[in-house]
Design a protein around this ligand. Structure first.
Ligand code: KIV
Ligand code: ZN
Length: 538
């Protein structure tokens, strides 16, 4: 019998981006969406258009520029949300509106406490069901591909859940998602929930049930797989498992479980496992979220054998300690060694292998950067290439401030002092500032803050070594923000003070660019809201 297919619904750009500190710029999101398309995911959840003009714009650009997967936009069960999602998806060949509303008693009592939703729980449940149906009806104005999620399904009374699900199927929803929003369920329970809802409803062959599991108890992947065994045929997941709180089910882990244990699951997907590692690296670089070394599938150590007994076993027969090969998931692909003597051909063929595509004009600039880097570093690894392109693209797309020079002085009997020269490219002026601080980095950041007029807090600063040997690179990640999204900046150099300055400038440029985007497209969003006469979300 032919194996069933499982639809892979990637929500890295929506739920993944909701991870604290994971904010990405619009060009970064578009780049990731292209990578997801190459990877072979079936659906890309590109964003939550009503939530901000930048989200709206990201969805709009992905619909226009990324072809292959279905592009999905999230909307609460509200007219304004659904209209904004429909508008952002306009013109797309394959689009989906994903509307959701909470169904658990805990959520109903807390979020719908107002008596206009019902004076008691029974009344509120009826109102929520009606809102769910109306949302699906509204979404039909824009597309026939409609997903409905019963938020906190994992803690919802099953009989009521079946009632809501039946009502939205009857109204036209084609995918029914049962999220374990809080990561509360144990695998058997979650499988049971899927089974009970599927057997408690009447639906046609075109209706797909979906898993959406959070990792609060470290069970997101196990629960997703249990859901699939119970009959779900869509899995919602994110690259590297990034997402709200502890994150979502990690796409790479779900895929490799289905591949390595194929005879057990008897299910197939369209994902190409060989592109998992490059996708992971791209998301890690753009989101600023490092992948832990022991992370399954894509971690640096996922295929390293340290203990002598393991090394001996693997040398004798690989399968003694390995259930898959590094090359199956795109790790340790035989690579040309890149360094000072490498030419353009070597550089760009390695970049292509990593999924980094660039235009001819970009190639000249990237190659110049590469030559400069190769002068400072003997061997250039894949992370360096991702950082190089990331830094370049950030500078290219967010050219607000440019660090022209800096000096830092420290000593046993002197207060650390930094002097910076920064070019404000928008105002076309050069600013010089001096500051002292608790240490050289603090002094440097203070001097930059005096020169750059972008109010923010420094939320996090971290530094790690990303290569070995005397010319080891220090990779600096900084996180900044102010009452809103956080912005990450990353840079690496053999000089950690230089890397810190560049990382800080990258984060500031992302913040400045985000503020400019919000301003420049605010009128579009205002126009949309006025056109729909539906005001702003609560
Ligand atoms: O976790 C959740 O419930 C969600 C929904 C919006 C699907 O992310
Ligand atoms: Zn979620």
């Amino acid at each position: 019998m032919a194996w069933d297919s499982v639809i892979i619904f990637d929500t890295t750009l929506r739920d993944g981006e909701q991870a604290p500190g994971a904010a990405m710029t619009i060009p970064e999101k578009v780049e990731i969406a292209h990578q997801l398309s190459r990877l072979g995911v079936d659906v890309i959840e590109a964003g939550f258009p009503i939530s901000s003009p930048a989200q709206f714009e990201a969805v709009r650009r992905i619909v226009k520029e990324v072809h292959g997967p279905t592009i999905c936009a999230l909307a609460r069960a509200k007219n304004a949300d659904i209209d904004a999602a429909g508008k952002a998806l306009e013109g797309g060949a394959n689009t989906r509106i994903h509307t959701f509303i909470a169904t658990s008693d805990i959520h109903l009592n807390a979020k719908f406490a107002d008596a206009r939703y019902g004076v008691n729980l029974a009344g509120k449940r009826q109102t929520i069901k009606k809102m769910a149906v109306e949302a699906v009806e509204r979404a039909k104005r824009f597309t026939t591909n409609i997903e409905f999620s019963a938020e906190d399904a994992g803690r919802t009374d099953t009989d009521y859940l079946c009632e809501v699900v039946q009502a939205v199927i009857d109204a036209g929803a084609t995918t029914i998602n049962l999220p374990d929003t809080t990561g509360y369920c144990i695998s058997d329970e979650y499988a049971d929930l899927i089974r009970r809802v599927m057997s408690g409803c009447t639906f046609g062959k075109n209706i797909i049930f979906s898993t959406h599991c959070h990792d609060d108890l470290g069970l997101a992947v196990a629960n997703s797989l249990a859901g699939v065994q119970a009959g779900a045929r869509q899995v919602e997941c994110t690259i590297n498992g990034i997402g709200e709180r502890a994150g979502n089910a990690a796409l790479e882990e779900v895929i490799m479980a289905l591949v390595v244990r194929a005879p057990y699951f008897e299910l197939k997907t369209n994902v190409n496992p060989a592109l998992l590692t490059q996708s992971s690296k791209m998301v890690s670089t753009f989101s600023g979220f490092l992948v832990q070394h022991n992370k399954a599938i894509v971690g640096k150590n996922a295929f390293s054998h340290e203990a002598g007994i393991h090394q001996d076993g693997v040398l004798k027969a690989r399968e003694t300690y390995e259930i898959m090969r590094a090359e199956d998931v795109g790790q340790a692909v035989e690579s040309i060694r890149l360094g000072r003597h490498s030419g353009r051909h070597g550089l760009f063929s390695r970049m292509e292998q990593l999924g980094i595509h660039s235009t001819d004009a970009e190639k000249d600039l990237i190659y110049d950067e590469f030559v400069r880097l190769a002068d400072r570093k003997k061997e250039i690894n894949d992370s360096d290439l991702f950082n190089l392109v990331h830094d370049y693209k950030n500078v290219k797309t967010e050219p607000h401030y440019q660090l022209e020079s800096f000096q830092v002085s420290v000593g046993t009997d002197q207060e650390p002092e930094a002097k910076v020269t920064i070019r404000d490219l928008r105002r076309d002026e050069t600013i010089e500032k001096v500051a002292t601080g608790d240490g050289p980095i603090d002094a440097l950041f203070r001097a930059i803050d005096h020169a750059v007029n972008e109010g923010h807090d420094l939320v996090n600063y971290s530094i790690r070594s990303v290569s070995e040997g005397a010319d080891a690179f220090g990779e600096v990640t900084v996180l900044i923000g102010l009452n809103g999204p956080l912005f990450a900046g990353k840079a690496s150099s053999t000089d950690v003070i230089h890397a810190s300055a560049e990382a800080y400038m990258n984060a500031l440029n992302s913040l400045a660019s985000h503020r400019a985007e919000e301003e420049s497209i605010q009128f579009v969003a205002t126009g949309i809201m006025q056109a729909f006469g539906s005001g702003t979300p609560e």
